[in-house]
Ligand binder design. Structure first.
Ligand SMILES: [Zn+2]
Length: 389
């Protein structure tokens, strides 16, 4: 089975507080996502402003392979603005949505459920009259009544929606529950096998990636995510983490994805720079420490066999090798290997002397660099030092 990767870095991701990007950066990211093999790029919400609409149109014009989606509330005006922005895309998609949970219908929309159903019908039908590819989202699906969701998605399918998305808008659901919801809707919505079920997770309880992966096992054929997991509040499901899990645990998921893992580090840096949101060091897959080892036991293990402490081969991400961070927890094995790389070869007594000096320095510095190692080596008495060529 194939799982489509729908990237919403340029729409939901940009809704991170303070993450607004320049149009030129948005364009560069759109191109890079396309080259990386992302299936759908959600380029923005054109009804938000003329500037957003212009940026979406610019991205739609340059993307070569991916589908370009634009978001629209279930209003005629939004749908017209979305279509206007993406009509020149090679593969355009209108993505329309309305909230379906009691709390959103009552307090935000101030609409009765039957009015919401009428809006779904009108929006999907109107979008389908313009574009053959229409995604419908039931906002706050995970806090909606299940029987009502059946009616909502039945209406969407009957009026021509080709993708049915169940957003976990507030990051509330948990893996088993979400997987079960997808399986329930696949069973209950007649004709839904003609459409693709999609998931969209937020990370308020730290469960976005786990929920997305569980949904794939429940039959989701599209996952919505962002680079570096940026997005409203605690963010969205991180694209790179889902991708790594699908690649490394193929034995469990057994699905095909088109996105190239090697393209991820550059995309991650590009998005961090464009949004001004630097990555935490211990961020999975793309953090600076994701392939770094500090303790002596781990470094010794990695030097003997990388897989002892690394489940993601660094080469998958276009990285060369594990990064052995030298600090006060490092052991002799890692230090000896690093010294050899620098051209020093010590016999055991010299290595012991070196190690004592190393520990002294490491107690006062967080990281010992190659220059520090050379300084210490320079202090080891000359007769004991056999420097190689
Ligand atoms: Zn969202």
């Amino acid at each position: 089975m194939e799982v489509r990767i729908f990237d919403t870095t340029l729409r939901d991701g940009e809704q991170s507080p303070g993450a607004a990007m320049r149009p030129s950066d948005r364009l560069r990211i759109g191109r890079a996502l396309d080259r990386a093999g992302v299936d759908v790029i959600e380029a923005g919400f054109p009804a938000a402003s003329p500037a957003v609409a212009a940026s979406v149109a610019e991205i739609a014009a340059v993307v070569k392979r991916a589908t370009v989606a634009a978001l629209a509330r279930a209003h005629d005006g939004d749908i017209a603005a979305a279509w206007d922005a993406i009509r020149r895309a090679r593969n355009p998609r209108i993505h329309t949505f309305i909230a379906t949970s009691p709390i959103h219908m009552e307090h935000k929309l101030r609409m009765e459920p039957r009015q919401v159903l009428a809006a779904v019908k009108n929006a999907v039908r109107g979008a389908r009259a313009l574009c053959h590819d229409v995604e419908f989202s039931a906002e706050d699906a995970t806090r909606s009544d299940r029987e009502f969701l059946v009616e909502v998605f039945q209406t969407a399918v009957d009026n021509g929606a080709t993708t049915l998305n169940l957003p976990d808008t507030v990051g509330f659901t948990q893996p088993d529950e979400y997987r079960d919801l997808i399986a329930f809707l696949r069973r209950r919505v007649r004709g839904s096998e003609r459409a693709v079920f999609s998931v969209h997770c937020h990370n308020d309880l730290g469960s976005a990636v786990a929920n997305t992966l569980a949904a794939i096992r429940g039959g989701a054929g599209q996952v919505e995510c962002t680079i570096n997991g940026i997005g409203e509040r605690a963010g969205n499901c991180a694209l790179e983490e889902v991708l790594a899990a699908l690649c490394i645990r193929r034995d469990i998921y057994d699905v095909d994805v088109r996105v190239e893992m090697q393209a991820i580090p550059a995309l991650s840096k590009m998005v961090a720079r464009a949004t001004g949101m630097p990555l935490q060091k211990n961020k999975a897959v793309v953090g600076a420490n994701a392939f770094a080892h500090e303790s002596g036991i781990h470094q010794d293990g990695v030097l003997k066999h990388r897989a002892t402490y690394e489940v993601v081969p660094a080469e998958l991400l276009g990285r060369r090798a594990a990064n052995l961070h030298l600090g006060r927890q490092s052991g002799r094995h890692a230090i000896r290997v690093r010294l050899e790389r620098l051209g020093y070869s010590f016999e055991k007594p010299e290595l012991d002397a070196f190690y004592r000096s190393f520990l002294e320095m490491a107690n006062t510095k967080r990281e010992i660099t190659d220059a520090d190692l050379r300084t210490i080596a320079g202090r080891i008495p000359a007769p004991q030092l056999a420097q190689m060529a």
